[in-house]
Ligand binder design. Structure first.
Ligand code: ADP
Length: 449
């Protein structure tokens, strides 16, 4: 039984984990940098420990300080949230070696899925369809040319250790291949300390559709349907919805069953997300995230489940206690990521919040650690709030979202609320007709692409 959890994160997700713990009667330990001494998760936790200066590498990524804090506070378990150390297999292994429970998958699964070449091979062997491309790593320009001939242009060169949408290069023709390959390799080495790259067919107008799974330590795996995360800017998700407006029930059930079956085969446990590109009725695996995701609330809203609570229960060894037949999807949910940034130039806008008023009412959920008088520090990710809305159908959800966005007041800094408002008036978005490239065009053309 887990009785005390150290939350190795900050911002809204630290608060989200804290809330689940409190409802379960589990004690909480917050860790924080000096820049976050006044943060909401620190104020609300049962105990808090400062683990270092503002720079993440000295605080939220400081494994030794975090393990010391867990020892001093006599925590049983560590929840890593998302980002920071959540997909660091060495950290997960260290946590277990020090006698704490890591609230997440096994270090081996984190390591496997963190290596995208190995991940692709492993899920493909387990029956999941993947994007056509090179057979593993592409080690030379010569190999790149040969692989591209088989795949056909355009191609995408991707870093095996990549993440956050960085280190990807498109080549539209043989003439562009040399430069794309060489830069992708150099950037992979520079960003991720690992120059290994692979090649995929570049899909021209896919949607990004991901499947959420939940797996216990006893071999039970369920899928919780899909999320459509096609609205992206620079490969960063801006708005997510569940279910996807593009799928029918039969496609949903088929891909869900394929994913659950594959996760059972590889012995996966905890939460996980299998990301696909979807084009012309076909699914192509791109990567698996071995952690809780930013957009998990849309799944929670349509399934009526608390994913953080489930993660904690499962990490303590509890059986899932329900089967796929018990999972019922209800209505529609959309999440808007609200960032502290200029809605047109996307320049970060940290600073002190003046008036703060969050929307409420039926079906409206705010996951945020903001409060009036809080200063958004410049050192971390610019996402400051998630507005999640649920409705009996997509249309009701959109009406509710428009209403909620118009009520939301965050004074003192610039936010992406106006961008979301603009999106709500776009016919393509309202009709659910968009692919992964649509938002970039919508933003740069100042309106409908
Ligand atoms: P990361 O781990 O950096 O997020 P992903 O493999 O998940 O990398 O890809 C991120 C995004 O890049 C996807 O959501 C999609 O928008 C785009 N992308 C990835 N692979 C392809 C592909 N083969 N064709 C077209 N777009 C792609």
């Amino acid at each position: 039984m887990i009785e005390k959890v150290l939350i190795a994160n900050r911002g809204e997700i630290a608060l989200r984990i804290l809330r689940a713990c409190r409802e379960m009667g589990v004690q909480t330990v917050a860790v924080h940098s000096t820049a976050d001494a006044d943060a909401m998760h620190v104020r609300l936790a049962d105990e808090s420990i400062c683990i270092g200066p503002p720079a993440a590498k000295d605080s939220y990524l400081n494994t030794h300080a975090i393990l010391s804090a867990a020892t001093i506070s006599a925590a049983d378990a560590i929840h890593p949230g998302y980002g920071f150390l959540s997909e660091n297999a060495d950290f997960a292994a260290m946590v277990e070696e020090h006698g704490f429970t890591f609230i997440g998958p096994s270090p081996d699964h984190i390591r496997l899925m963190g290596d995208k070449i190995a991940a692709k091979k492993s899920v493909s062997d387990a029956g999941i369809p993947v994007v056509p491309g090179s057979d593993g790593e592409v080690i030379s320009l010569d190999e790149a040319r040969k692989a591209a001939e088989v795949t056909g242009f355009p191609v995408l060169i991707k870093a095996s250790a990549g993440g956050g949408g960085r280190g990807m290069k498109v080549a539209n023709s043989a003439a562009e291949l040399d430069e794309a390959y060489t830069t992708a390799r150099a950037e992979a080495q520079q960003f991720f300390g690992n120059g290994a790259v692979y090649m995929e067919k570049f899909l021209s107008r896919p949607r990004h559709i991901e499947v959420q799974v939940l797996a216990d330590h006893h071999g039970t795996v369920v899928h919780l349907g899909e999320r459509d995360c096609s609205l992206q800017r620079r490969h960063q998700k801006i708005l997510e919805e569940a279910p996807s407006p593009a799928l029918n029930n039969s496609e949903r059930e088929t891909i869900g069953a394929i994913v659950s079956d594959a996760m059972r085969k590889i012995g996966y446990r905890s939460v996980g997300t299998i990301e696909f590109l979807y084009e012309d009725g076909e699914f192509y695996f791109i990567e698996m995230n071995t952690r809780l995701q930013v957009e998990h609330p849309v799944t929670e809203m349509i399934c009526g489940l608390d994913l953080v609570r489930e993660m904690i229960r499962l990490a303590g060894g509890a059986p899932l206690g329900f089967t796929q037949d018990d999972v019922k999807f209800n209505g529609h949910a959309i999440e808007c990521r609200i960032n502290a940034e200029n809605p047109e130039t996307f320049a970060p806008s940290p600073g002190r919040i003046g008036d703060y008023h969050a929307p409420g009412g039926l079906g409206v959920r705010i996951d945020s650690a903001l409060y009036s008088g809080y200063s958004v520090p410049p050192h971390y990710d610019s996402m400051i709030a998630k507005l999640i809305v649920h409705g009996t159908n997509r249309n009701e959800c959109l009406m509710r979202l428009r209403r909620s966005l118009s009520e939301y007041v965050i004074d003192g800094i610039e936010t992406s609320i106006p961008l979301h408002q603009k999106l709500m008036s776009s016919a393509s978005f309202v009709n659910g007709e968009y692919d992964i490239h649509w938002l970039e065009a919508f933003v740069s053309d100042d309106g409908e692409p």
